[in-house]
Design a binder for this molecule. Structure first.
Ligand code: SF4
Length: 188
C-alpha cells in the first residue's frame, strides 16, 4: 500500500474510515470452498505455492459459513445439494460475496439434465462468474481480484449491508416427471 513511503514524508496519514474498512476487508477474504467436482481441484491448486492465493490475503479457507465471507461454488450442483448450498449461503454473515466457478456452477455445463442445477444464480446471488471447464487457477484469482475491486468501489452493500435476496428456494422433495419418458418410434 506504500504506507511507509507516505508516513516517512508527512509523518501522518489522513483517509476515510470507509476506505480503511474496505481495504482491510478486501485484503482478508475468507473463502468457503463449496467444491463438488473437478473444478474443486483447480480451486485447491490456487491455494498451493505455485499460485499462492495468500498474496491476495484469501488463503484462509474456512469450512464454517459463520467464519466465511466469500462463497466459491466450484463444480456442478445437484438438485439434491441445492438446499444445502442455500443454507450455507444464508448462514454466512453479511457482507458476503459469491463466485460461481466454472461452466457447471454457472450454467450446468454439459450436464443438461433434470438432476443438475442449470446455474446457481437462479437460487443464490452471484457476484462474479469465472468461466472455463475447468477454469485455470489464474482465472479464479482474476475472479477474486474482481471481488476485491467491488469491495474497493462499493464497500458495504446499500441498505446497511443486507444484500437483496432472490427469494427463491426449493424443497428437497422436488417434482420430477416420471422417467423414462415414453417415446413413439416412427410417429410422423
Ligand atoms: S466446469 Fe468442467 S471442470 Fe468444472 S466441474 Fe464442470 S465438468 Fe468439471
Amino acid at each position: 500500500m506504500g504506507l511507509e513511503a507516505a508516513l516517512s514524508a508527512e509523518g501522518y496519514l489522513t483517509t476515510q474510515l470507509q476506505k480503511v474498512v474496505n481495504w482491510s476487508r478486501r485484503s482478508s477474504l475468507w473463502p468457503l470452498p463449496f467444491a463438488t467436482a473437478c473444478c474443486g481441484i483447480e480451486l485447491m491448486a490456487t491455494a498451493c505455492s505455485r499460485y499462492d492465493l495468500a498474496r491476495f490475503g484469501a488463503e484462509a479457507m474456512r469450512f464454517s459459513p459463520r467464519q466465511s465471507d466469500l462463497l466459491i461454488v466450484a463444480g456442478r450442483v445437484a438438485v439434491k445439494m441445492l438446499p444445502v448450498l442455500q443454507r450455507i449461503y444464508q448462514q454466512m454473515t453479511e457482507p458476503k460475496w459469491v463466485i460461481s466457478m466454472g461452466a457447471c456452477a454457472s450454467t450446468g455445463g454439459v450436464f443438461d439434465t433434470y438432476a443438475v442445477v442449470q446455474g446457481i444464480d437462479q437460487f443464490i446471488p452471484v457476484d462474479v462468474y469465472v468461466p472455463g471447464c475447468p477454469p485455470r487457477p489464474e482465472t479464479l484469482i482474476e475472479g477474486i481480484m474482481a471481488i476485491q475491486r467491488i469491495i474497493d468501489r462499493e464497500g458495504l452493500p446499500p441498505g446497511g449491508g443486507q444484500r437483496r435476496p432472490l427469494q427463491i428456494a426449493i424443497e428437497p422433495t422436488h417434482h420430477v416427471l416420471p422417467q423414462p419418458v415414453p417415446l413413439t418410434v416412427g410417429a410422423t
